[in-house]
Design a protein around this ligand. Structure first.
Ligand code: SDX
Length: 430
């Protein structure tokens, strides 16, 4: 008997044909209309930018853009940022549950023992100019990892998926720090197994062979929180890129490399770098009002503001603002002019109808650049830090997709607006 509880959306065309499309509900969030049968009508849906399209089902991250909620495996981001560690979030994202003490230790030890990269990989850096943008280096070197692990890129093998995930969680920080050192001309720093994950990354970034590196626990905790905030974010542009690449069966290293490339764009992960450039161009807090008038005249975009999903405050931005203040206070930079300017721009926007009507609020990128700059990170490394943190999200979403028996190669359709059929005209008759 037809399931009486089955909910459907009935689509009726202007020629009288109609189709019943099943309505599906998740555990949280909006229902979806399953349009997979729509092809029977010889029609497709049209949704450039996927504003109203769910590309997959997932159990990893949930966002409520109106309420400003972000959950990783059901845990609110504010609680994870306050109480968890980045490695614990990595375990949670990959496995679906928080680890117990024994699982947490074993996971951390496994990651630690994969932080070194093959010594041949070092040669890839020499192929780049010293002033190469570190994101270009990341795309190249992470993609090249697949050339070193032919023994474990059978994506149908769960053990190969697991070791690939561990290698990327462990090696991306090493590759990122090497990209920075290559830019500065300082020697590469090998990972130090006695350091924790974030300490080790800061050691490889800011340590030198000439003296002992003593991590500042306040700054380490701040960076740990920044990584937690950036770990995953549903089907954003870079994660969707990783899923689409992975749907063809490409190896995980190549898929993550494609995610890094997509993240680089200023509308996406490149926004934190764009925020700093914007603040530097404004120059002084006295010019904030003039700049905001220019934004309303559509002369500029207020970088770090607005979001496709969040139509209220990005919950990560609130945690980031607090982290920003903690770091500046620790470094005795509370009156940092960039921070003061950012706070002024936010205050102006939160009271101005132009931004309120368009539901434009600070996103995760608005304050992150200011914190990273205060930590001594050069602007061209900001998105590298974002990519380092998002690697766990990409890898977890990729693993979830590969393990899905319903997986199909991603192949969107189109609305064709080009020339209709016509015959070839020889050049002497054109
Ligand atoms: C990230 O998807 C994710 O989850 C991404 C991310 C993640 O964790 O993976 O959260 C990380 O990418 C955060 C976003 C970082 N990008 C920026 O900060 C760049 C600046 N923001 C915008 O370019 C924009 O807000 C987007 C790209 C983030 C979202 O754009 P949408 O949803 O496509 O919205 P839109 O461009 O259609 O804008 C709607 C209106 C327009 O005005 P009108 O044409 O209606 O008059 O809002 C205006 C836009 O002009 N608008 C802005 C604005 N963002 C949107 N106006 C000024 N400044 C802005 N930043």
């Amino acid at each position: 008997m037809e399931n009486q509880n089955r909910r459907v959306a009935t689509l009726t065309l202007d020629d009288g044909r109609s189709i019943e499309l099943p309505i599906m509900s998740g555990t949280l969030g909006a229902d979806v209309i399953d349009i997979r049968e729509l092809g029977k009508l010889g029609m497709f849906t049209y949704d450039p930018g996927f504003l109203s399209t769910a590309s997959c089902s997932s159990e990893i991250t949930f966002i409520d853009g109106d309420a400003g909620l972000l959950y990783y495996r059901g845990y609110p981001i504010e609680q994870l940022a306050e109480h968890s560690s980045f490695l614990e979030v990595c375990y949670l994202m990959l496995n679906g549950e928080l680890p117990d003490a024994q699982q947490h230790e074993a996971f951390g030890n496994k990651v630690t023992r994969h932080t070194m990269v093959h010594d041949q990989l070092v040669r890839f850096y020499n192929g780049f100019r010293r002033d190469a943008h570190p994101m270009a280096v990341m795309v190249g070197v992470v993609g090249a990892l697949s050339a070193f692990y032919h023994d474990s890129i059978d994506i149908s093998n769960p053990a190969h998926r697991e070791i690939s995930a561990m290698r990327m969680i462990a090696k991306v920080p090493t590759i990122a720090a090497m990209a920075y050192k290559y830019n500065t001309g300082e020697p590469f720093m090998y990972p130090k197994n006695s350091f924790g994950y974030v300490e080790n990354f800061m050691y490889m970034m800011f340590g030198t062979p000439c003296e002992d590196y003593v991590p500042n626990p306040v700054l380490v905790r701040a960076l740990e929180r920044i990584f937690i905030l950036h770990a995953d974010h549903e089907q954003n542009a870079s994660t969707s890129t990783v899923r689409l690449a992975g749907s063809s069966g490409a190896n995980p290293y190549a898929c993550v490399s494609s995610g890094i490339a997509a993240l680089w764009g200023p509308a996406h992960g490149g926004a934190n770098e764009a925020v700093l450039k914007m603040l530097e161009e404004i120059g002084d807090i006295s010019r904030a009002a003039e700049f905001m008038a220019g934004v309303k005249d559509k002369k500029y975009r207020l970088m770090g503001f607005g979001h496709r999903v969040y139509k209220s405050m990005d919950p990560r931005a609130s945690v980031m603002r607090r982290t920003c203040y903690e770091v500046l206070r620790e470094l005795k930079l509370e009156d940092d002019r960039m921070f003061q300017m950012a706070l002024e721009l936010e205050q102006i926007a939160l009271k101005d109808d132009y931004f309120i009507e368009r539901r434009l609020y600070p996103n995760v990128d608005f304050y992150s650049g200011i914190v990273l700059r205060a930590l001594g990170v050069p602007t061209n490394m900001f998105t590298v830090f974002f990519a380092l943190a998002r690697t766990i999200g990409w890898v977890s979403q990729w693993s979830e997709m590969i393990a899905d028996n319903e997986r199909k190669i991603g192949r969107p359709r189109q609305l064709y607006q080009g020339a209709v059929r016509r015959d070839y005209v020889p050049i002497d008759r054109r």
